[in-house]
Design a protein around this ligand. Structure first.
Ligand code: NAX
Ligand code: ATP
Ligand code: MG
Length: 327
């Protein structure tokens, strides 16, 4: 399937218990991680009520960017969440609603009572994805700062992407040490975070060392560095996901990743370390979301080649998820 997954401990030492770098062992290691993701996926039963498999909030969407929160929100639903709430700026709301009747859209993010408006919903949400299409308007970012504080106070898991990472780069203390946070920077966002945290340019020669150090400096929160290979670290180990994608790099793929991760983070924390064989639930969730995103890219590219767009990838989520993670 073109998958490669290893784990590297602090100082580059291989964690033998979890994985082996020896090529002969690699397929078994990969299979282990697939199994761990399968373990956290909740069973579909007739006993469940609406909402039980996930109520996910997306914080983002402004005048310029309406696609990104839609991509993240619809992906969360297609992975298996029951309800998705998008909290966006007023102008973005009718646009996002018009893309899909599936999303519940709250036009509150640029209002003076934004924090209170979102806070009302927090007790009903299982996870928050902060940043897709948020933009960098200072009023919005200030409101999101308050929303993040309220989210932490309620111990709700949070995935931070895109302009949410811009905010974290302005104020790393906002998220430092919060064990239920996952950051999903692309390469440029990663360098920005690095420079904010270390006040020096990043050394690009050893990426696994860099992600380990950044995670540690942020209090061992989980970081996913997206790229040709995705690196995932909690400051103790580094996972590599190189599920085969394609050469197509259309905008919005990162939103598919953050939306799917919002659901998987909730499922992984609910399942707990017994189901993840002692591995960090957030690492398992992140590896699952990266593998899913890359495989959706691969599948869509088989059909559409250079014309592949994120919408085509989202159409692959259901079958790809079943193929990879349904037992
Ligand atoms: N349809 C939409 O509404 C979309 C909106 N988006 C939003 O656009 C806003 C800005 O996101 P950006 O990703 O542009 O953030 P940045 O403004 O931080 O990125 C700057 C530039 O870095 C470049 N870049 C990305 N990966 C790179 C790499 N590996 N090596 C070298 N250069 C690289 C990109 O071309 C981008 O123009 C966010 O709010 C984001 O959510 C994107 O998610 C794309 C889709
Ligand atoms: N060179 C690459 N080869 C294969 N897959 C890649 C490559 N670069 C990124 N990806 C995959 O694409 C997904 C999104 O990563 P990307 O770096 O495009 O994020 P992004 O810039 O935040 O995207 P967005 O346009 O949504 O903001 C990730 O799952 C990553 O694994
Ligand atoms: Mg992005």
């Amino acid at each position: 399937m073109g998958v490669h997954c290893v784990a590297i401990g602090a100082c580059g030492r291989v964690l033998q218990r979890a994985f082996s770098l020896h090529p002969a062992h690699a397929p078994k290691d990969m299979e282990n991680f697939f199994q761990l993701v399968r373990n956290i996926v909740p069973a579909l039963t007739s006993k469940k009520h609406k909402g039980q498999d996930g109520r996910i909030g997306i914080v983002g969407g402004c005048q310029e960017y309406t696609g990104a929160p839609y991509f993240a929100g619809i992906t969360a639903l297609k992975v298996g969440a029951d309800l998705t709430h998008v909290f966006c700026a007023r102008e973005a709301a009718p646009v996002i609603k018009s893309y899909s009747p599936e999303l519940i859209v709250h036009p509150v993010l640029d209002s003076s009572g934004a924090v209170e408006e979102v806070e009302k919903w927090l007790p009903r949400l299982h996870a928050l994805v902060v940043g897709p299409g948020l933009g960098r308007d200072s009023l919005l970012l200030n409101n999101v700062r308050g929303i993040l504080e309220a989210t932490k106070a309620r111990d709700i898991p949070v995935v931070i992407d895109a302009d949410g990472l811009w905010l974290v780069a302005q104020q790393p203390a906002l998220i430092r040490g919060y064990q239920k946070a996952v950051l999903t920077p692309n390469r440029v966002e990663f360098s920005r975070l690095w420079e904010a945290v270390f006040s020096s340019p990043m050394d690009a020669t050893n990426q696994s060392d860099s992600i380990l150090k950044l995670s540690q400096a942020l209090g061992n929160i989980t970081v996913v560095q997206k790229g040709e290979q995705d690196l995932i670290s909690n400051g103790q180990q580094v996972l590599v996901c190189s599920q085969e994608g394609s050469g197509r790099r259309c905008g919005g793929q990162g939103d598919l990743l953050s939306g799917s991760l919002g659901v998987l983070v909730h499922w992984a924390l609910l399942a707990g370390p017994e189901k993840t064989n002692g591995s960090s639930p957030l690492l398992v969730a992140a590896w699952g979301a990266c593998t899913l995103t890359r495989e959706c890219n691969h599948q869509a590219f088989q059909k559409y080649g250079r014309s592949t767009t994120t919408t085509d990838m989202i159409a692959e989520v259901g079958t790809t998820f079943s193929k990879l993670f349904t037992t």
